[in-house]
Design a protein around this ligand. Structure first.
Ligand code: ATP
Ligand code: MG
Length: 432
């Protein structure tokens, strides 16, 4: 292929053959968010580069090497959003929405990171992001986690496990960080290049190393959970007790740190063993310091983001929802005058059977070709509408997925007949 029609590396088309699962996830998520009182927010894909530098942190992978940054015609340095939280916080501040108010928000859309593309890791990927702003927790932390657990249940996803940790406050983390640095320094010869680089800028990230050769040395490192300040410890204990009360299982992972710098206290991650090495499907935590750090009034907040591509892959493996949207009924049109009549009838059927999907053989083609299309469409019922039927005021009905024969029905009774036939042909309900 010529260069100009190559897709950009790591950026994918989501084709109609895959869209069913995306829509199923989006629809379900919308319902669950509404059930918890979260409202949607939509923001620009582009923000000032400095926003991400300040929010995410200079020494994070995202800011150091993954951002799509460019200078626009006016000379401003802009960046395609690599994550959603920074933009949401920016919006709360720039719209003057803080002032002690509380906001429960969600956002979905594409994010951009220049990473090495592989299965489950892309350069344009999609997230569903949820944020509770103005809540100190730990009750809201627990509620947010309950929301994610409900989403998995509603979607029929079971191969996910919850991991929890607390990062304490910036002060307790600073003290712990010194312990950690001196531990790693005393084993510096055994650190890989990445970890050695992180030793100065972001030593906690070493705990998160994916290099198997680092496992042993990481396992011996002092634990943050053993160096928490008393308030953070209480916060964490109440969160755990609340989750116990609701009945949400979790595992405490004292080495769970997150890739973005703004987290404090609660962090959590839903991981799966079904996706190979890209095992995080939903990650989040508390960021009590971020808003004031960006210039807003000090406001506690907690949130998470889930990777849509990874959740869609789980849905596809679980086979709980159809991959594509199929019509229920395909209308075969034969003859020149029949076409406009068929469209009229289809409009009438759509008015009456609002929950059904109709695909009309617009564009014509001979009878055989249209039947082939009807078959391929996945519909369970074909309606045949030709000049002959038109003249007699009838439509022929032919089930497509079983061998029962063709019947006729008066146009005036068509909607009722179609519905009762569909109920018969789709005993498990309409195609989703
Ligand atoms: P990972 O450890 O997989 O790199 P992360 O710590 O960078 O994830 P976050 O920045 O917290 O992840 O993003 C939240 C979620 O977004 C992740 O749990 C994952 O499901 C998804 N995600 C992150 N980066 C990508 C990517 N490049 N492609 C696809 N999904 C991604
Ligand atoms: Mg990452």
């Amino acid at each position: 292929l010529a260069d100009h029609i190559q897709p950009v590396r790591g950026m994918n088309d989501v084709l109609p053959t895959q869209i069913g699962l995306w829509q199923h996830l989006e629809t379900t998520a919308r319902q669950v968010f509404a059930a918890y009182g979260y409202e949607e927010i939509r923001l620009p894909l582009v923000e000032h580069t400095d926003l991400f530098k300040r929010a995410i942190g200079e020494f994070t992978d995202v800011v150091e090497k993954e951002m799509y940054t460019f200078t626009d015609q006016g000379g401003d340095s802009l960046t395609l959003r690599p994550e959603a939280t920074a933009g949401i916080v920016r919006s709360m501040i720039s719209n003057g929405l803080l002032r002690g108010a509380r906001h429960k928000l969600w956002l979905t859309g594409p994010m951009f990171r220049h990473e090495r593309p592989q299965k489950g890791r892309y350069r344009q990927f999609h997230q569903i992001d949820v944020e509770a702003i103005g809540f100190a927790g730990p009750d809201v932390d627990a509620e947010l986690i309950a929301l994610t657990a409900r989403l998995w249940r509603t979607l029929g996803i079971s191969r996910v496990k919850l991991q929890l940790n607390s990062l304490g406050t910036p002060e307790s983390r600073r003290a712990y960080r010194e312990l950690l640095v001196s531990y790693f320094r005393s084993h510096e010869d055994r650190l890989d290049a990445d970890s050695r680089r992180r030793l100065d800028g972001n030593p906690l990230r070493i705990l998160d190393s994916k290099n198997p050769e680092m496992k042993a040395i990481v396992a011996g490192a002092p634990l943050l959970t053993e160096h928490l300040d008393p308030e953070s410890r209480d916060h964490f204990n109440v969160l755990c007790a609340t989750l116990d009360g609701i009945g949400i299982p979790y595992e405490i992972n004292p080495r769970l740190v997150r890739g973005l710098d703004y987290y404090s206290r609660t962090v959590f991650e839903w991981i799966t063993d079904a996706l190979g090495s890209q095992d995080a499907v939903c990650s989040g935590g508390r960021y009590d310091g971020l808003i004031s750090q960006l210039g807003g009034e000090a406001t506690p907040a907690v949130g998470f983001a889930m990777g849509i591509e990874r959740v869609v892959e789980l849905l596809s493996q679980a086979q709980v929802a159809p991959q594509t949207l199929k019509p229920d009924v395909y209308i075969v049109v034969s003859g020149s005058t029949a076409a406009s009549g068929a469209l009229m009838i289809a409009e009438h059927l759509r008015d009456t059977l609002t929950h059904r999907r109709f695909d009309v053989g617009v564009g014509g083609g001979n009878f055989k070709a249209q039947f082939r299309r009807a078959d391929r469409s996945g519909a369970v019922l074909a309606l045949i509408f030709g000049d002959d039927e038109l003249a007699r005021g009838v439509v022929s009905l032919k089930p497509l997925r079983q061998d029962s024969g063709q019947t006729e029905c008066a146009v005036t009774e068509l909607a009722t007949r179609v519905e009762s036939l569909l109920v018969e042909l789709q005993p498990n309900g309409a195609a989703v």
